[in-house]
Design a protein around this ligand. Sequence first.
Ligand code: NOJ
Length: 517
Amino acid sequence: MSEPSWWQRGAIYQIYPRSFSDSNGDGVGDLTGIIAHLDHLAALRVAGVWLSPIYPSPMADFGYDVADYCDVDPVFGTLADLDRLVAECHQRGIKVLLDWVPNHTSDQHPWFVASRSSRDNLKRDWYVWRDAALGGGPPNNWRSAFRAVGGAWTFDDATGQWYLHSFEEEQPDLNWENPEVRAAMHDVLRFWLDRGVDGFRIDVAHMLAKDPALGDNVPGQPPHSEDWPTIDERLREIRRVVDEYPDRMLVGEVYLFDLRRVVSYVSGGDKLHLAHNFVFVKLPWSAPAFRAAIDDFDALAEAASWPAWFLANHDHPRAASRFDTDGQGEARARAVALILYALRGTPFVYQGEELGLPDAEIPPDRIVDVDGRDPERAPIPWRPPSVAGPGAGFTTGEPWLPLVADAEQLCVEAQESDPRSALALVRRLADLRAAMPVLQTGVQTTLDAGPDVLAWRRQDGDDRVLTAVNFAPASGNLALDGPATLLLSTDPDRALGPVAGGGLELAPSEGVLLRLL
Ligand code: NOJ
């Protein structure tokens, strides 16, 4: 393979700015707070950061309701702060991805305010307006992605029509059938690319193409509300814009569960560079299930289609909680880190995953999200509360969401001085990946290692490594057909170094990385 691109070499680290670090004591994280902690990211050798939305927003969906695509919300700072963040990242060799939210705007965006003002406004067709269905009611049976919202249409009294919102009522869908909308959204990309941003995560990329006839969704048939055949051309147009600039990258949120469809978004070299694989995120803790998901992607993908692996983000429960059966949550979160870093593909690490954070407990009176996602959005604990106060170094004020219960032990400062910590493990994984080309681009083969052990080999010339994870809550044997060197174990009690040819007894949920001799 030719020299890997920056986004193939190391991990991309997702920052959820509200919850990363608060520099001004208002309880909400901000850009200056991020800049203050870039050394943490440099120590993790991240290739890039992806910032969840930082644009002006009424925050109905915490920034995924954008009121101005070309500025920064005052709660996060200023455009000058963002320029400074990009410059400071670049100085450390870290690329910066912004979250582009093209499917919908805020209902406060001037485009929607105009669109809603009258049926003959020039922006009317920038959104999806329709008359009621025959006999009354919404134009079709599409549902919002948020269960609590229900139907995807809201009736607007002023002009007597319904508008589409695939998420909250405050997030009207743009009409991607309209070429003016496409051109305006492409210009948003250029605005940020001109400022030196290195690429984008595309929010709900699969929703940029819908049935223009707005046909009803029918269970068991391909949906009309997303992933319509026009998607290929839409993605190609977006890619052409980004390719006007050198070395930029697009990763799509492609929330589809048919891997053939997901793979098509990264095929042909003219659409996305990467697609988040939600099949992987939803897997049960089962070695055969993980193996099948890895093999299926490889079987469907062209050689040039590069996988992206992630097991957590701001919308999904954290691994340490989700896989916490049999008291194995902590050990499994460590195994997950190994899986992400050692598979062929780009690891995506959600802030706090490097600390093995669990979800936080959110008392009913602190719930703020419409869709139950507060637990995984709890702020990062930087310092022990016993030293830094209840804000744990995240804030000197009242945090917008409660922190995890065990911030004293889980905080960055405590983990930094503990060689047995999750943070020490993830730093070591990042060091190994940076130092070993075989972990970046080596050819990958999954192995048959019994029903409870997920194992795969990577090979680059004479360099061969084996990764194995014991999914069982009991110890299990890993057979080896020759001598090896143990480079890393997720079990801090395991001695590293030479391993005789016979095999290795893996502890419950233990993962190991071996160089084969
Ligand atoms: C996906 C984002 O990750 C999620 O947080 C958001 O609510 C929806 N898209 C709508 O933008």
